[in-house]
Ligand binder design. Sequence first.
Ligand code: MN
Length: 716
Amino acid sequence: MIRINDILDQIHSYMPDADTSLVEKAYVYSAKVHAGQMRLSGEPYLSHPLAVAYILAQQKLDLSSITAGLLHDAVEDTLSTIEEIEEMFGQDVARIVDGVTKISQINFQSKIQKQAENIRKMILAMSKDIRVLLVKLADRLHNMRTLQYQKERKRIKIARETLDIYAPLASRLGIDWIKRELEDLAFSFLYPEEYQELKQEVEARLGARKAYVEEVKEIISKKMAEYSLSCRVLGRPKHLYSIFRKMRRQNVSLDEIYDLIAFRIILKTVTECYEALGIVHSLWKPVPGRFKDYISLPKANMYQSLHTTVIGPYGERMEIQIRTEEMDKVATEGIAAHWLYKEGKILKKDQQRQFEWLKRLMEWQKELEDPREFLESVRMDLFPDEVYVLTPNGEIKEFPMGATPIDFAYSIHTEVGHHCVGAKVNGKMVPLKYQLQNGDVVEIITSKHHKPSRDWLKIARTSRARARIRQWIKTEEREKSLALGKDLCLREFKKHRLDFSSFLKEDAEEVASSLSFKTVDDMLIAAGYGKISPSQIVRKYVKIKHVEDLEEAMEQQEVQAQSKTRKPQGEGIQIQGHDDIMIHLAKCCTPVPGDEVIGYITRGRGVTIHREDCPNVTSLEPDRKIEVTWTTDDGVNYPVMLNVVTADEKGMLAAVSNAISAAEANILEAKVYTSPDNSAHFTFVAEVRDSTHLKKVISGIKKVNGVMRVDRQTSV
Ligand code: MN
């Protein structure tokens, strides 16, 4: 049990000249009003305010906070009044006690609207003085430390509330040690079995890694000394709840969590921190994407540090934090670190930043009449990764940051999602990619005929919406591919004078299973996707039915086809909303990556890609045109046809061919015609990577002496 002298000693350790008479007076008063009361642990009640005051002194807080800590339960649990406290201990202390009392009366585990009202009360109480929250956190910490004496139902309720409200608040204030302790305590009460198991396993692993931790610390220290950097190196195990949360979130076992220990290098100056980072990265390979610079971009709670993850000496991931002594202080103690509250003193500007969120809350609380709106704004600030929006009926919906109206639509109903065409936010139309903001009132506009598109996957954030969209696309693509596959097979069968409908009736199943498809539909869908060719189906059919003359004919065709096929056609093309559809590049205009292109859904030959300026495009049925885009470079070469007109001189063919080769293009075909007007006409089919490459080829040809014109052929 903490004694008053422990508190006084602690105060004098950081305020040697402090006049502690007010604290001592509060001790006497608290002892008097709580006399005879007992804690569930069997200890005298006074042990609790003493413990709370000690936690506050540990944070090096001011005398008013510590005094209020001693008195924090007096008004709620005894006959004393706030007026009496103000009279005896002054306005400052009374205000804190009053705030803490008000927060204590709040029941957070209520329906959402009531909860809004409750949080509003809490914000109101603490907005008057941030020390209210510091005392409340100390109070909660000690209650959590002694929670085992409570009945189970209350235990669960308090632990849940701690995890939901108080640990995030501690985090928001940057008081890392309280946050960690609150989380681990809550974890142990909410998931006792998991907690015990994890604790034992982690301890066993850490025990085995003691030598390893020392070794890493040694390596770092030595290396820093080499560069004349003096530093402290710490190797601290991560707290259990953070490990547990990571295992849950990523669905991994403890064995798959490598960085149980976070190493920390603490130096003197910011420059040294970046220097140390360079040294660490030269020592061990950094894991890409894991470097974070919270020094130049501090977190909202003023946390500053460099974070990196490297591949350590045994090939394992190691998390390393690099910061100055001052930053380390802020990181562990938060608000209390650079804020020894002195009455009447104005906080330095950078320190004020910590309170900005609180100020904002205060302003909101004045402005927002609707408790729900208020709740959203508050919750947002406590849990910055979530966004809260409202339905037109005032129902609150919660989304991850970056969520869009699509997520909102699917959260209402799958059908609303599928038919969503737009959204109104706060009465105004917004694009579907609009990112929902806190407090937005969202109304979804649907149209019966509208369908999801693949692009929605890029803007949907919730797993629910993404799963529904994927499911829809899959079904849709299956249907389309089935129709396309049927069409393609029908043509192939016709070509060989075979009856497709009797094939479907009689032999399709056998052919499908011999091609290892479960069903006939699966086989036809595969043909539609271009995964197998219709001729493969015909061949199998012919083989099974022993139509011998056909078999021979087909084999010959196959040989011919193979010799003609060079590169997979249309690999670099993506059609919006479709995967794996058979694509052909039009022979008339030979498009290459970089060209503006358009797709045309042929009857039975998949999609043909034309250049947008191809004269043939105008004569195509508009309904069958679809948008297509080139995907990134896939290393495939594309044939392109070039007409070259030169003077009719000797050696022109060789000169132009050389120019094409010099531009690193392959010549597939070259034809020559002479014309009566003393010019020579060549047609080249060359392979290029993309339109830039093509330009290079053309300008290469143009430089050849005697070349008069070079045109890309746009039509046969
Ligand atoms: Mn208390």
